[in-house]
Design a protein around this ligand. Structure first.
Ligand code: FAD
Length: 318
């Protein structure tokens, strides 16, 4: 299959329950999953967090799960976040002063009930609020992830509501969406924390740029708005060109190294993460854990065909 068709095919597969059942049962998948996912349990996530903190990196932890269609499962996700936050509160970082917290959790609203057919928006807001309150008590920040474009309005409205009581709540904006430059302007006010990423879902042309060149150009325009704005930009990318541009734009507007941060995914470009951290930049690692890794894992395969080759090799009989 040509490389250009691989990405949409893998992203479609990321939402197939039938394929999920097949892929998650294969024992050979596990070693590649372990590259991107820091274990199944809270103690494993805490151990990975402690290791990253010892190299000076900040962390944002995601309890994996998405597209929940069951209220009980959404409540189970809240329980996992509460257990995680209780454990994080014991770490020395939780009590360190400062407005930018070294420890953060990332939430997917679809895991908290947003896609439930009845009252999903309100249920996700209530669940997210409960987690924000627990995070506040634990000295841990919260950022709300961005999912597919059908959820964007609901997600941004929930973030606005959360920010009334928890003003530090961060939000994610996806540069591939045509609307995002306007969202960057809306959200780049004082005290905001905005993670800018390229975007990881399969989106139609009507709402999203399709070519890599268009997405990169949009990312740079959005980055410029955030760097010029009054908020705290969180530059989530592994792309050397975007990283260099962020450094350049920050210098141009005299933003110091502690007035923005780089973010990368657990297991991706680890040497570059360390290099930036050693170079006095703030670097935060997005660290996922839990058993529901399928959708997250398939999006990582879709981003880089070489990952798929490793995966297929692992499946081949020895
Ligand atoms: P690309 O052009 O895709 O990649 C640049 C280079 O980075 C590649 O050449 C390769 O060397 C390396 N690289 C990129 N991806 C991989 C990979 N999977 N495996 C190995 N190497 C790789 N997306 C959302 O839609 N919503 C979110 O809430 C969200 N949160 C994110 C949080 C963080 C901290 C990060 C880093 C990304 C997040 N993403 C999210 C994913 C993002 O949208 C992109 O899909 C992903 O980061 C790849 O884009 P890139 O900017 O790294 O650039």
């Amino acid at each position: 299959m040509p490389a250009g068709l691989l990405r949409p095919a893998l992203l479609a597969a990321a939402r197939s329950p039938r394929l999920e059942r097949g892929v998650t049962r294969m024992r050979a998948t596990r070693s590649l999953v372990d590259r991107f996912v820091a274990g199944s349990t809270e103690p494993q996530a805490i151990a990975a967090t402690t290791a990253l903190r010892s190299s000076g990196r900040f962390v944002t932890i995601d309890y994996l799960g998405e597209d929940t269609t069951d209220l009980g499962r959404a409540r189970d996700t809240v329980a996992h976040y509460r257990a995680l936050l209780t454990a994080l509160a014991e770490l020395p970082d939780a009590t360190e002063p400062g407005t930018v917290r070294p420890l953060e959790v990332s939430l997917k609203l679809s895991a908290l009930g947003q896609s439930l057919p009845r009252d999903g928006h309100r249920i996700a807001l209530d669940n997210a609020r409960e987690i924000c309150a627990a995070a506040h008590d634990a000295g841990v920040a919260v950022t709300v992830d961005a999912e597919d474009h059908t959820t964007t309005d609901s997600t941004l409205s929930i973030v606005r509501d959360l920010r009334v009581d928890f003003p530090g709540t961060g939000t994610v904006l996806q540069a591939y969406l045509r609307r995002t430059e306007a969202d960057c302007r809306d959200f780049a006010g004082p005290g905001s924390r905005i993670r800018l990423c390229k975007g990881a879902y399969r989106e139609p042309e009507s709402v999203a740029y399709q070519s890599a060149a268009e997405v990169d150009a949009a990312y740079l325009r959005c980055l410029r708005i955030l760097m010029d704005g009054a908020g705290y930009p969180m530059v989530a990318t592994h792309d050397p060109a975007m990283i260099a541009a962020a450094q350049r734009y920050a210098d141009e507007v005299d933003r110091k190294a502690d007035e923005f941060e780089f973010q990368m995914l657990y297991g991706i470009r680890d040497a570059e993460q360390r290099r930036l951290a050693e170079d006095s930049h703030r670097v935060r690692v997005y660290l996922p854990y839990g058993d529901q890794w399928y959708g997250y894992f398939m999006r990582r395969l879709a981003e880089r065909p070489a990952n798929l080759v490793f995966f297929l090799r692992a499946l081949a009989p020895a």
